[in-house]
Each structure stands twice: as C-alpha cells, then as structure tokens.
Design a protein around this ligand. Structure first.
Ligand code: NAX
Length: 359
C-alpha cells in the first residue's frame, strides 16, 4: 500500500501525517516520544524506530519529537528526512517544543535530551540544570502521558535524571522508569567477544552494576559464552583473571571517553543501537535464560543496594515488567565495586533532592 504525506507547518509545531490508514492486519499505532530529537543520538534512533527495528514490522507508530525552541529549524530538517525515508509504519510525526503537546497520551517516552556539560561547568551545576529539565518532564508525564507509559532515560546523568523524573511523576509506577546502561552492557559483551574471537551474539549475561559513569562495574563473573556450540563460563574461557579484573573493566568504563577522543563527538550509533535493544526488551521481553542490565529503582533488598536509587542491575523482562535476577553470588571484589558506584549515586541523589526541594 501507498502512504502519502502532507505536512503542516506552524511556528513551533509541525505535523507529518499519512493520508491513508495502513492495512487492517496492522495493530493500532503506538505513540512514542523522543526528546533531544534534533541531536545526534536521535538522528540514528529515529531511523531505527521508523524502520520497525524496535516495535516490529507490524506495529504502526506515531512519533513525537521534542526539542528546545532554538532547535526547531533543525528538527524541521529531521522531519523532512523522515518523510523522505518513506517509512511504511509511520502514521504521523509531530515535532514540537511544547511539553504539553509532546507528552500527551504517549505509550513510550525515550528521554534523550539533557543539558550537556560545558567547559568549566561544575558537576553540581550540571546536575542542577538537569534536575530542572527532568522535574518538568516528570510533571508532564504525570499530567499528560498514559499511566502505563514506559519511560527510558538516556540523557546524562542518566540514573539521577531518571530518579528525578520518577519522583516528579507520582501517578506513574516507579517500575515503569528505567535508565540506559545497555550501551555499557553491549560494550562489555563486545570486548569479551573480541578477546575470544566469537560473535557478540554468543556472549550473554554480562552485568553492569550501578551508575552510567566511570564508577560503573562491568562484571562477567556470571557471564556465559558459546564456544563451538557449547555454553561455557566466560571466566573459564578467557583464562586471564588479571585482564578481566583490570583492563577489561577500565576499557568498558572509559569507552565513551575513548570514542569522544577519536571522533570528537560522543557515541551516537552505538547509543541508538543500545536504546533499541533496551526498549525492544521492555516491549517483547528478554530471551530464555538471558538477563540484561538496566538502571531501575532499588528496593533496599536486592544485592544490599540502598533503596530508592536508580541503579543498574541484572534484570529479566516478561509481559512488559522487569524483575531482578536474584541470588547471584557476589564475591568481595565485586562487593567493593558495587558499593563504590552506589555511593556515587547516593551522593548524586542527595544533591538532586536538595535542588528539587528548592525549586
Ligand atoms: P546532542 O547534544 O547531539 O543532542 C541533545 C539534544 O537534546 C539537543 O538537540 C538539545 O537541544 C536537546 N535538548 C536539550 N535540552 C532539552 C530539553 N529540555 N528538552 C528537549 N530537548 C532538549 O547529544 P547526544 O549525543 O544526542 O546525547 C544526548 C544525551 O545522551 C547526552 O546527555 C549524553 O551524555 C547522553 N548519553 C547517554 C548514554 C547512556 O548510555 N545513558 C550513552 C550515549 C550518550 O552519551
């Protein structure tokens, strides 16, 4: 079937709508918001979404694109390109700088936009600017989004931004909020695959614990690798504990900085791929025998991580709900690293709460 587009331009809102309904065999469209839509991660992500790489080839979409007012012209160009992709699944594209338009009736929110760190900016000032953004977006979720909306926070500091948004949206269950550590997870899988000269698809159950920052702890104690059709322990196959406890961890922790050094821009293609993996798993569940890493709200019980932090844990997902992978044995080496990253998150939270209370 054929989809024709008509565009409607207004000062700050622009709509791109299909003229004909897709085949009746298709499901009802879902409404997906991407913030920071004029930025570089979104430039990859919007292609993946439109192409059906996340919600599948039979799931029509209404994409809502939010960015700040000065970026509306750039966003207009992005909308033109989306039109030119002639995606069959796109029912409508709405570009806006208004939260009340962006958050209205959404099923999924992918919050990519945030205040970037500028030269000479103090960490506290960066946190403060982001508390303001995510407080406002949390309140907009509370007011305008569907109550079963799934919210994924990507913009940094991702864990604490996610906590701020969740606290600002009391009518939406905390468990509907998660932050992205899947890029770190994928980086860890890729490093192991490269070392063992296998496909990244053959490496699973790595864990990223804690913050999406350089204190994160990439852990392969429970990871598995398929070698010649047989599932083996990563530790047994690598046979190099000092690499696994040293260079492997620092490579994953500092990979983002290494990409920036080389590219003069931060990771965008790999970030988009990770967002797709994360959201697809929320929507369709994790594979049998597989767990993934995701920043989710801590309950104070699991792995003795203090409660009320958005901390990256190993989770499994079924029927659009995640649960902790419980009972993995934790050795002293891991315990220290898990506590260190929890401490950083607790400090970030304290600062964020202070700012939240003063706003
Ligand atoms: P860009 O600077 O290219 O794009 C960010 C976009 O967000 C800009 O268009 C900006 O105008 C917009 N924006 C700023 N404030 C906004 C607001 N209040 N509402 C809506 N839009 C707003 O950055 P990009 O490379 O796309 O990265 C986006 C964010 O992802 C950054 O915070 C970055 O640090 C973070 N990342 C997080 C990762 C993770 O694993 N959690 C990995 C990749 C990435 O580094």
């Amino acid at each position: 079937w054929f989809v024709g587009y008509s565009s409607r331009h207004r000062a700050s809102q622009q709509t791109l709508k299909s003229n004909r309904d897709p085949s009746t065999a298709m499901s009802e469209p879902i409404r997906v918001l991407v913030t920071g839509a004029a930025g570089q991660i979104a430039y990859s992500l919007l292609y993946n979404l439109g192409n059906g790489d996340v919600f599948g080839k039979n799931q029509p979409l209404i994409l809502v694109l939010l960015d700040i007012t000065p970026m509306m012209k750039v966003l207009e160009g992005v909308v033109m390109e989306m039109e030119d992709c002639a995606f069959g699944l796109l029912k409508e594209v709405i570009a806006t700088d208004k939260e009340e338009v962006a958050f209205k009736d959404i099923d999924v929110a992918i919050l990519v936009g945030s205040m970037p760190r500028r030269e000479g900016m103090e960490r506290k000032d960066l946190l403060k600017a982001n508390v303001k953004i995510f407080k406002s977006q949390g309140a907009a979720l509370d007011k305008y989004a569907k109550k079963n909306v799934k919210v994924v926070v990507v913009g940094n500091p991702a864990n604490t931004n996610c906590l701020t948004a969740a606290k600002s949206a009391p009518s939406i269950p905390r468990s509907n909020f998660s932050c992205l550590t899947r890029l770190d997870h994928n980086r860890a899988r890729a490093q192991i695959a490269k070392r063992l000269q296998v496909s990244a698809n053959d490496v699973k159950n790595v864990i990223i614990w804690g913050n999406h920052s350089s204190t994160q702890y990439p852990d392969v104690t429970h990871a598995k690798v398929k070698v010649q059709g047989k599932e083996c322990e990563v530790y047994d196959e690598v046979k190099d504990d000092s690499w696994l406890k040293g260079e492997f961890i620092t490579t994953v922790q500092q990979r983002g900085a290494a990409v920036i050094m080389a590219r003069k821009l931060s990771s965008a293609m790999s970030a988009s791929k990770a967002i797709c993996d994360h959201v697809r798993d929320i929507w369709y569940g994790t594979g049998e025998g597989e767990f993934v890493s995701m920043g989710v709200i801590s309950d104070g019980n699991s792995y003795s991580i203090p409660e009320d932090l958005i901390y990256s844990f190993p989770v499994v997902i079924k029927n659009k709900c995640w649960s902790f992978v419980e009972g993995l044995p934790i050795n002293d080496f891991s315990r220290d690293k898990m506590d260190l990253t929890a401490k950083e998150l607790a400090e970030e939270k304290e600062t964020a709460i202070e700012f939240l209370a003063s706003m």
